[in-house]
Design a protein around this ligand. Structure first.
Ligand code: GLN
Length: 485
């Protein structure tokens, strides 16, 4: 049951081969059996099964949509009414949101079941899921390695088949990088495609929610429900949302694939490169042509991001002061002391590091030198992509320079950790859609991700190009050897 696609599960539900209660219970059992992964922060069987019973009634009455009765896991960054939303932080360890995020609300309206809240790097700051207050997540392919981050719990859950699909968020790579490390499909939509309302803010101009699933087709199914204009998010884009499922399946004869020279240079593991080039040959067989392109400002993406993202974070995280909600320190002398103790005890080291960098970059005298300069650079990076897309339809390359690394290997070296996102960050800076799909296994049996980047709001094409590969290859169906069929 846990190896079936969302479409197959939906068909089973309609044909009454299984009920939503049975399906939900099956995955709840699997979560318990694989507790060692630490993929979830909150699981509430009573809550999930009550939703499943409602879904079964809807199915009984013929009032169903594509996802009715299907359990979906959510990154613990999405606010859920009646269930904890911690964002991987101690400072929100007791926070129950009074409202649902738009993503959750839309899934609820469609009768999907909330399977639980997945583990993540604290406030989505990280590339390994090791900054979580709730402990590191293990990669189901090799328990000594990280699942990637920050949506590490979601990617691990989908890979281990303890959730049929999940949500994630991507500010600099946090959907695509863990998807690559865990051998699943992770899609970051165009900025403005999916509402950020009720999604705890990290860097608001970069954050975007999206699906983590086992295939591009499943991702499209999920996107159909969560995408679309939302008046409650001022950066939500008002335009016709296509039916992403209908848009996939078309052939890709004549597709022009741009290969940025900067994505195949120094620092790229040779095994990863070999597998990505093999996938590109598959695309050639499908009728695509490969074109070398130039993204001249690529080397500046990481420094640019690490000025802008912490700047926005330092401002967004000012709201956690112990006054209205969340954790409050005890034993303080006055208001200022309460603020200081609450934030000192409530935030972890990486979050504090970002708040300090951001506050510095935004302070008088440094604003022009750092923040403004990074903003100008961001425009140049976006222009690089615009020029490249004059010559190609999609851009491809590796999602990450290496496969999953050992737990603890980079925790003492923030720069080495930040360099993990060297191929993913520019996509957020330019607001573009990007997907990571499994493309093979390295010589130690760990998954390698192929990244496909599209033009702004060309999300349907990106999904189709990914789907086309998955129609003729079976890398996306490979499961970690521990997963029983
Ligand atoms: N790894 C990057 C960071 O630490 C990206 C995180 C994300 O996309 N949320 O900021």
């Amino acid at each position: 049951m846990h190896n079936k696609s969302l479409t197959q599960l939906a068909a089973d539900l309609v044909a009454k081969r299984v009920s939503s209660v049975e399906l939900t219970q099956h995955f709840l059992n699997r979560i318990e059996q694989q507790e060692i992964l630490n993929a979830f922060i909150t699981v509430d069987p009573g809550f999930s099964l009550a939703q499943a019973r409602e879904a079964d009634q809807r199915i009984q009455q013929g009032d169903k949509t594509a996802l009715t009765g299907i359990p979906i896991a959510h990154k613990d960054i999405f606010c859920t009414k009646g269930m904890l939303t911690t964002c991987g932080s101690h400072i929100l360890s007791n926070f129950v949101s009074p409202y649902d995020a738009t993503v959750i609300d839309r899934l609820n309206q469609n009768g999907a079941v909330i399977l639980g809240k997945t583990n993540m790097d604290e406030f989505a700051m990280g590339s390994s899921n090791e900054t979580s207050h709730y402990g590191a997540v293990k990669n189901p392919w090799d328990h000594t390695t990280v699942p990637g981050g920050s949506s590490g719990g979601s990617a691990a859950a989908v890979a281990a088949r303890i959730a049929p699909a999940a949500t994630g968020t991507d500010t600099g790579g946090s959907i695509r990088q863990p998807a690559a490390f865990c051998g699943v499909t992770g899609f970051k939509p165009s900025y403005g495609q999916v509402s950020r309302f009720g999604m705890v803010a990290f860097a608001s101009s970069l954050d975007q929610g999206g699906p983590i699933a086992r295939s591009a087709e499943d991702a499209a199914l999920l996107l159909n429900v969560i995408a679309g204009f939302d008046a409650r998010d001022s950066t939500s884009v008002q335009r016709q949302t296509p039916d992403f499922v209908n848009e996939i399946g078309g052939d890709i004869e004549g597709l022009r694939i741009g290969l940025p020279v900067q994505f195949f240079g120094e620092g790229l593991d040779s095994d990863v490169e070999g597998i990505v080039r093999e996938a590109l040959r598959e695309y050639e067989k499908l009728g695509a042509t490969l074109i070398d392109i130039d993204l001249p400002n690529s080397a500046l993406c990481v420094p640019c991001y690490y000025v802008l993202a912490p700047s926005e974070a330092s401002s967004n995280l000012a709201r956690y002061d112990g006054v209205r909600y969340g954790y409050r320190a005890s034993g303080y002398s006055d208001l200022i002391d309460m603020y200081m103790k609450t934030r000192a005890e409530g935030f972890g080291d990486e979050v504090k590091r970002r708040i300090m960098i951001g506050t510095y970059a935004l302070s008088a005298g440094y604003y022009d030198a750092y923040y403004l300069k990074a903003q100008k650079l961001r425009r140049l990076i976006a222009q690089d992509f615009a020029h490249a897309f004059e010559r190609c339809d999609v851009i491809m390359g590796p999602t990450t320079p290496t496969t999953a690394f050992a737990i603890g290997a980079k925790t003492d070296d923030p720069i080495a950790m930040y360099l993990n996102d060297i191929y993913t960050i520019s996509v957020n800076l330019a607001g573009l859609p990007g997907i990571s799909i499994p493309a093979g296994l390295d010589n130690t049996g760990k998954p390698v991700g192929l990244q496909i980047i599209g033009q702004y709001f060309d999300d349907a094409r990106v999904l189709n190009v990914a789907h086309r590969f998955q129609m003729t290859t079976d890398w996306h169906q490979r499961a970690p050897s521990r997963v029983q069929p």
